[in-house]
Write a protein that binds this ligand. Sequence first.
Ligand SMILES: Cc1cc2nc3c(=O)[nH]c(=O)nc-3n(C[C@H](O)[C@H](O)[C@H](O)COP(=O)(O)O)c2cc1C
Length: 194
Amino acid sequence: MTERKDDGNYGGPVTAVSAQLFKAALSRFASGVTVLTVRDELDDHGITVTAFASISLDPPLVLASVAHASYLHEVLLRQDLWTVSVLAAGQRSIATRFSETGRPSARLLLADLPHRRGSHTDALIIADGMVALECRTEQRVVAGDHTLLIGRVLDVAYVADRGAPLLHYTGQYTTPVNPPPAPPRTRTGDPWPA
Ligand SMILES: Cc1cc2nc3c(=O)[nH]c(=O)nc-3n(C[C@H](O)[C@H](O)[C@H](O)COP(=O)(O)O)c2cc1C
C-alpha cells in the first residue's frame, strides 16, 4: 500500500478529478448538518458545516472542516472555544440562515429562536437540535483550501431523546424516512447508553 502525505501538492493524477466531479461524487455521502458558533471580542459568529465528524473517544475529539474563504475561518484561528449544534429535521431554515454570504451576527440570526450561551465557551448553543457540544480547538491542520479543527469536547450541552436529524444529501436537505427511536435512558438518567 502506498501512502500519500498531504503536503498541499495536489499535482499528478488527482488533478483529473474536476471540482464538478468531486462535488457530484461527494454529494452521495449523506451527512448530518451542524452549525458551529464562536464568540470573539466583537460579536457572535456562526457557520453551517456538514464536514463534521467524531474522531476519538479517549480523549473525546471531534473534527470540523472550515474553508479558508469563510469569514469565520479567521475568527477560528484566534478563538479556540466554539460550540457545534447538530440540527434537527425541522431546522433547515437555520442551516440556510447560517450559510448565507454576508449574514449578520449569530446573535441576530438566533434572536427569534431558542438558544443559550455555553458555560465553557460563551458561544451560542442552538436549542431543539439533536445534540450540542462545547469544544476547544486542540489542533489545526491545513488541508487544501480548508482547515481541520480538531476539538476536544468539553461538555455535552444536551442530547435529544426524540426527533429526527436534518440530513444533507445530493446537495439537498432531507430527513430520514424512518428515524429509529432514541435509545432508552440509562439508570443515571443519561439519554444514551453508558
Ligand atoms: C449544506 C451546507 C454545508 C456546508 N458545509 C460547510 C463546511 O463543512 N465547511 C465550510 O467551511 N463551509 C461549509 N458550507 C459553507 C458555509 O456555510 C457558508 O455558506 C460559506 O462559508 C459562505 O459564507 P461566508 O464566506 O460568509 O462564511 C456549507 C454550506 C451549506 C449550505
